[in-house]
Design a binder for this molecule. Sequence first.
Ligand code: ACO
Length: 381
Amino acid sequence: MMLLQCQSNGLGVQHNMTYAAITGWGKCLPPAALTNADLATFLDTDDEWIKTRTGMQERRISHVSVSDLGYIAALRALAAAGKTVDDVELIVFGSCTPDQICPNVASRVQELLGAGRAACMDVNTACTSFLYGLTTASSMLRTGAVKSAIVIGAEVISPIMDWDNRNVAVLFGDGAAAVYLEASDHKEGLLDQQLGCYGEVRDILTVHGWGMKYANQEMQMGNSYWQFEGQEIFKRAVVGMVSASNSVLERNQLSSRDVDLVVPHQANLRIIDAVAKRADIEPEKVFVNVHRYGNMSAATVAVALVESIEEGRVNPGDHILLPAFGGGLSWCAHLIKWGERIQPIGQSGAELPACNKTALELVDELRASKAPRTALQGLMI
Ligand code: ACO
């Protein structure tokens, strides 16, 4: 178990424990929505196939960078917690689509916020990055390394999407959300998690052209080729999320009946349904927003958690289970105990700059800037 356990000193006296309470939350979705009908204008696909096979109806395409989305989400989370930038001691940016590798994205968010006291780190485990970031930050709060943190899950996938490939282009979208953590003596926040990875099948989801392996090979951002075995990922995702959920519940002497809400990764409605069925979770306890945003990778669980609070699905003291999987293939399940407050203390007036293009216009520009696919495949290593 990663987190510290409450230990007795043998005289029946319990040492005080520090927990990492989640006291602020905020999301930032770019406004331009790409519908299934939009996709059918340039791909051999249709609304019926996408809806029945994935549950998706639309997804967002960003006109700004991933750090801009993360920055606005962070401001909103800070306002919800009633805190200022001077309170922030750590920024963890969970993403696999950083603007830059060096310097990292968390440092850009620190600069934009003016949060000069904060340590800054990026975490990349693909779609599970927000949750691995939550583990990292919560563990640091619980050991006393920091007393507060902002954890961001954000992704701008559209520039590296293989827009000619209908197997992947329909599945993903852009977005961001953040939570604010603060040290607490109450037993709340992230209680436990089960983390894992199927490294032996890491190749079944690979984005060629994305990383230093391809440097100096004329492959640049936007010129990517996705290797994607959807059915194999589907099977592994279900097995990984169910086994992680069972482990974390068992270890905490909880049954699926004790879980008040499940906020799963949203890669496909059929994956969500299969996980709920196999983990014996009633469908009405499962939060779903895949129809609105598709799979936003690291932003997915973060946005779903924020929306479940906004939609009144979270109550004080609730046990919330967050199962997820992503490239790697990383998998995990996190167990959160919510605190007392479910209303934000304040609201931020921060907004993204206006977007004067439709999502389809943004995608058309991305497609126009991409090299022919045959050239890309020749450069794959
Ligand atoms: N529109 C129309 N037809 C399509 C499309 C499309 N967008 N995509 C595939 N098809 C076709 C296929 O070519 C195939 O045709 P064929 O039978 O003539 O060969 C047919 O539809 C069926 O394809 P399947 O792969 O069997 O479809 P399936 O029902 O398995 O669904 C899907 C495919 C949606 C990809 C599913 O496997 C899935 O959801 N996988 C996991 C999703 C995933 O991996 N997400 C990313 C996880 S990692 C992360 O989150 C970063």
